[in-house]
Design a protein around this ligand. Sequence first.
Ligand code: SF4
Length: 410
Amino acid sequence: MRPTGRLHLGHYFGALQNWLKLQEEYECFFFVADWHALTTHYEDTSSVAENTLQVATDWLSVGLDPAKSTMFVQSSIIEHAELHVLLSMITPLSWLERVPTYKEQIENLKDRDLGTYGFLGYPLLQSADIVVYDADFVPVGEDQVPHVELTREVVRRFNAHFGLKVKDALFQDSYRDDLHHVLMKMGELEKPMPLWKLVEQGGMRAETRALLRSEMRKHAAEVGIDNFRRSLGTLKKYFIWGEVLHEPGHLLTETPRLPGTDGRRMAKSYGNAIWLSDPPDEIRNKVRNMMTDPQRQRRTDPGRPEVCPVFAWHKLFSAPDLVARIDGECRTAAIGCVDCKKLMAENLVTWIEPIQERRKELEAHPQKVWDILDAGGKKAHAAARRTMKRVRNAIFKWDEARPPRRAGGN
Ligand code: SF4
């Protein structure tokens, strides 16, 4: 999440509610994307630090739990940037130019300077953000699915260049020779070359891949690896099959549509948001001025709850029996909009109360929030370091070039 400052109900129902569920089911990494803020707003960085604190405070207020999730600031993990650079070396420009949000944002944000590499490359920075943690899934809305798809493509390309490698236990000359012999006989190879280079030939036929697998199985049996089963899952234990980087999937986030107070999508720029930190009277005031069914001009006119933003909010904050009652009474003009709004506002205030109590505690001790981000950063860093060691080694083959240091040696 970018450091946009305090969060509103749209953020809660669009993302945070889902994150709360995910932290119960998965090992989650959530970070404040301060580098991403620069891709569209590099001119003014004055509020990034304060906004980072506000975003993290809201995360903790709604119930994200540092004991369950890893929360941190993107720029504290330098490996995101390193992986971004390395991925940028193999990513064709056309892949970035065809990302749908690229053209859309160029069209929509005419007042911004988006003619930078940072803006063109931000989906690739996202790719690095994802794969540096070997993520299995990324929770996204529909519009972000192409970004995960780009990530998958980049990972495949990266793995095809640097990935195919037999793990050390099997990486023996005799075996390599056998394999080359078979491949040359099949016409797939003209001369022997390192295994990792094989894939660079491109266009390896499916049968060849199958043959490689079966040869590897045979070889594993010969070198006496116990419990060797014929599943690809087990194979992965012994071979790195094009998987220096892990291909992520996406988890599509189902979100109830939450309109802003004026009926449009809730957004800071529209001035139609209710903030998680709005005091109760401010919430009541905003709800009082909310848009309703535009056709309901007079108290005696029947209303259409299905087009009314107040009713959409009732469905989130009021008990089902009250929602059913409002549905009926609105249609028959048995309830007026003023009373209907009052009921909803009180339920919203009750719903938001525990969030705001937690927020007040954290506001009194902002250092606590920074400490949580720092501790999360340490955990994230350890995971990112592991990935990058693998990545550097796959690209530059440091392990093959440099003999291991002997204990006690010079
Ligand atoms: S009575 Fe309630 S649901 Fe019906 S139009 Fe008025 S505010 Fe909307």
